[in-house]
Ligand binder design. Structure first.
Ligand code: PLP
Length: 305
């Protein structure tokens, strides 16, 4: 069970987390009308501080999401960063955390429309270590297809869209797998239920192009930048099919909660030699060092508390 820290931000102020409640009638609950982001805070034990990862990018994606949904979102980047950092300070976090900003439709009007949603920004945080196993994930291709952009925009990180993720994850878990990989209607690989996917074949690194119904992941973007700058390689952003997944030498997921998590098998077919691959290991090392404020070149990605 995820336990919230004592303070939450809602209705333009901080309050005790147990008081951050919304009415059952509100459109966010009734119709899934909202959009959100998830921000990592990594606790550096020797420096005794939390480093928040890429706050500006999270703000920009949240703002884009509100635009897609047609919400008025008048919080500036500067204000957003101040609210998030004040919340983390107030909660005195001394461990790895996950900060969840959500812009939700607070209106209690019964019509499932997005007009006058009375949108509000709420932000809460929970302690979060490793979200997925680091012992190698056994994943399956889901029988649930990813929704297309002309159904629900996967770029909007809309709360209602996560029903699709939840169904896929439930099916995967019930069948004994750790995670589910979505295909789109055309059978092309999209992403996992809550993370982007990368594959390595003969030293080349691939990820589905952003037009394949996946979220514009901030970890995905960061990993692509690390690959270009640190490994001197270009990532091939392409489309690939289900059977291509089986042939990769290495496969891994990226996400704020998932970090970089390696995949041991897909549909019970072993990936590579069934061990964490050398490129995945290298990327994970860079990513972990950067997130903990241990790599000087990337301090501009972090906000120190
Ligand atoms: C469906 C989906 N794809 C990808 C991601 C990874 O995105 P990010 O790296 O911004 O956390 C997430 C994580 O929130 C997600 O829910």
């Amino acid at each position: 069970m995820s336990k919230s820290f004592p303070f939450t931000y809602i209705r333009k102020k901080f309050c005790k987390s147990q008081d951050a409640v919304v009415p059952i009638q509100c459109k966010a609950i009734q119709y899934g009308l909202g959009c959100f982001s998830g921000i990592r805070g990594n606790y550096n034990k020797s420096k005794k501080t939390v480093y928040l990862f890429r706050l500006a990018e999270h703000y920009n994606r949240l703002k884009d999401s509100t635009k897609i949904l047609g919400f008025d979102f008048d919080v500036t980047e500067k204000e957003f960063i101040k609210i998030v950092t004040d919340l983390v300070k107030k909660n005195e976090a001394k461990e790895d955390i996950y900060v969840r900003p959500i812009v939700y439709a607070a209106s209690i009007d019964v019509v499932p429309g997005l007009d006058h949603p009375e949108e509000d920004l709420a932000i809460y945080m929970i302690p979060l270590g490793n979200y997925l196993s680091d012992k190698g994930l056994n994943v399956c291709v889901s029988s649930w297809r990813r929704f297309d952009d002309d159904m629900i925009s996967s770029k909007a990180k809309a709360t209602g869209g996560y029903i699709n993720s939840a169904l896929a994850k439930k099916e995967a878990k019930e069948n004994g797998y750790d995670e589910a990989i979505f295909l789109n209607r055309d059978g092309k690989v999209c992403e996992a239920s809550g993370a982007n996917i990368f594959g390595v074949k003969d030293g080349e690194i691939f990820t589905p192009h952003l037009s394949f119904n996946n979220l514009n992941g901030i970890t995905r973007r960061s990993v692509i930048e690390i690959i270009e700058k640190e490994l001197n390689q270009k990532v091939r952003e392409e489309s690939f099919d289900r059977s291509t997944l089986y042939m990769f030498d290495e496969l891994f997921l990226t996400g704020t909660a998932a970090r970089i998590s390696w995949i041991a098998s897909v549909d019970k077919k072993q990936i590579g030699d069934g061990k964490e691959g050398p490129i995945t290991k290298k990327l994970k090392k860079f990513y972990d060092e950067i997130s903990l404020g241990e790599n000087k070149k990337y301090m501009h990605w972090l906000t120190k508390i």
